[in-house]
Design a protein around this ligand. Structure first.
Ligand SMILES: Cc1ncc(COP(=O)(O)O)c(C=O)c1O
Length: 437
């Protein structure tokens, strides 16, 4: 039985039921580890049963019980145009009708590469893969080949997919060789990665003094957005650029989240820092699986078949996925979408502030900090009180038709389909104000 659909007005709805989601989750748990294809979807961080989505329309999703939500997770970021954007759906269907996969060369590879390189003018080549993880894997391998060095430098709080060499956490001390963060990652691999804190110039200088000549690549999210939103100063990013240049290490900006999010460019342009390689994902696939690496020919042309660095994929550059990416980037080119979502991010933050709630934001990427304390810029400074406050309120937001990413450590996103009234209702709900915004 399905309940009548409820609206995401912000009003509390007593009619909501999660019976269908609960039953589907029980079924999935019998055959899939934890019932999920990716761990955070299991709602462990917020408790309760995950919501099973059935349909997405613009800013909204409908679950298997017929409940509607305004979606601020947006598939973890790719859907900057909102769910089922007509131009993206049309392009995807047209491509699918021509065949789902070829495993050969096709026209859309160069089309997407040209669009992406237009946005990253310092780069000369793009190679497409299937996920952000694969993009990072490729960039790291390229950096090691290019430098002939072994060590990687990563920063606490940055996430780069589930690449073994980067599933690594800091040991004791300021800038240390890493320890495995996941079972199954060997200590040998973890020891090839140095882990340093964000926002700490002293630690950065210490790492380069100690390991600089061995570092193949320093990789970071220039706007870290996987452990809250840990905005870094431009001066710290510039110091990292200078130190990598001086030591001959490759600087990789992992822009899987930030690429094309703040304009028709990367976050590197926002802070005026040019890396050696940039990894992309999410938005460049418009909701289908696409990752990418961009950089100068001198590095990218080391990839096979031109060079000795192997990378391949049956589904790499899949024509349907690239069609969705091309359609999405074409919609973004004018900058109108970015202006719209940035204005919404600002509105959300200032309305929440008026309600006594801190919502950190950079453009349209936002992160509620619900314990009333300062916004941190290092993973180590995220307070348990803020995490607990998020967790304790999460179900209440769902009841009001608001779907935020189900973890206090995840950022929220805004899309072209979101409206001022949506973010007003969100700000009110974050501030604990009942009823319509
Ligand atoms: C910055 C960053 N890099 C890499 C990845 C991995 O991308 P994917 O999940 O597509 O493998 C993510 C995923 O969220 C990410 O946020």
């Amino acid at each position: 039985m399905t309940s009548p659909p409820t609206t995401p007005s912000g009003a509390r709805s007593e009619a909501r039921t999660g019976a269908a989601s609960a039953s589907l989750f029980a079924r999935a748990q019998r055959v899939i580890p934890g019932g999920v294809s990716s761990p955070v979807r299991a709602f462990k961080s917020v408790g309760g049963t995950p919501v099973f989505f059935k349909r997405g329309e613009g800013a909204e999703v409908v679950d298997e019980d017929g409940n509607r939500y305004v979606d601020y997770c947006l598939a973890w970021g790719p859907l900057i145009l909102g769910h089922a954007h007509p131009a993206v759906i049309e392009a995807t269907i047209a491509a699918a009708k021509d065949g789902l996969a070829f495993g050969t060369c096709h026209r859309r590879e160069a089309e997407l590469a040209e669009l992406v390189l237009e946005a990253f003018p310092w780069a000369e080549r793009a190679r497409f893969v299937v996920s952000g993880t694969e993009a990072v894997l490729t960039a790291v391998r390229l950096a090691r080949a290019h430098t002939g060095r072994r060590l990687l430098l990563k920063f606490s709080g940055c996430y780069h997919g589930h690449v073994d060499a980067l599933m690594v956490k800091a040991g004791s001390g300021v800038a240390t060789l890493g320890l495995a963060e996941s079972a199954g990652v060997t200590e040998t691999v973890a020891h090839d990665t140095v882990v340093a804190p964000l926002a700490d110039e002293g630690a950065l200088r210490e790492v380069f003094a100690k390991y600089g000549a061995q570092i193949a690549a320093a990789i970071l999210e220039p706007l870290p957005a996987n452990n809250g939103l840990l905005e870094q100063t431009t001066s710290w990013l510039r110091t990292l650029r200078e130190l990598t240049k001086a030591s001959g290490s490759v600087l990789i900006f992992d822009e899987v989240i930030t690429g094309f999010r703040f304009g028709f460019h990367g976050y590197g342009k926002v802070v005026d820092v040019v890396p050696d390689l940039t990894t992309l994902g999410k938005i460049i696939g418009g909701g289908l699986p696409v990752g990418g690496v961009v950089g100068p020919a001198a590095i990218l042309d080391q990839l096979a078949p031109l060079g000795p660095v192997y990378q391949a994929g049956t589904m790499a550059g899949n024509p349907v996925a690239l069609a969705a990416g091309v359609a999405t980037l074409r919609e973004l080119r004018s900058g109108a979408v970015h202006a719209h979502v940035a204005a919404l991010g600002e509105r959300l933050s200032s309305r929440a502030k008026a309600r006594g709630v801190t919502v950190a934001h950079v453009g349209s990427v936002f992160w509620p900090v619900l314990d009333g304390g300062a916004v941190p810029n290092r993973a180590e400074d995220i307070r348990d009180a803020a995490v607990q406050a998020f967790k304790s309120r999460y179900r209440g937001w769902l009841d009001r038709g608001i779907y935020l990413p189900p973890s206090a450590y995840e950022v929220g996103f805004l899309s072209a389909a979101h409206k001022p009234e949506h973010v007003d209702a969100l700000a009110d709900a974050l501030g604990g104000v009942e009823g319509r915004g």
